[in-house]
Design a protein. Sequence first.
Length: 172
Amino acid sequence: MGVSGCGKSSVGQALADALGWTLHEGDAHHAEESIRKMQAGIPLTDDDRSGWLDRLARLLAQAMPGQGVVLTCSALKRKYRDRLRAAGPAGAVGFVFLDLDYGTALQRVQERAGHFFSPELVANQFATLESPAGERAVLSVDATLPLADIVHRAQDWLVHPAPQAAPLSQNP
């Protein structure tokens, strides 16, 4: 989870590959109208995101028992994360927060080709972001670290959660 440009797709793919889990790319589940809005530099509202979050929650709910899933999505607000947490078995949904500063996020979004997200929206994402600090089942990682380091930290956290933390997977 995190703002646009933090590396969700790259980390998600590498993490799913490392764990042998199914990957669901959240961007692939946006409604066409939402994609058009983002292309035009128009921020999405909670109403715009509602159907998208429903689709993502269904993906989590439909996961086979014992089958891990990596879902890439911004999950910028706590209520979005809580909605996704509620979709999976109790204690089974965790978030890897790819923490990134505004300047780096903007640069990454400006440099990537072929993505619908307008660089004009990066500031809005930072304004919308509610830090997940203090929430249960969240690992915060510096998104400027090398990909392999991020994946290693996330994999270790998912497979070997801290003793006081709820298990994140029924079958790591």
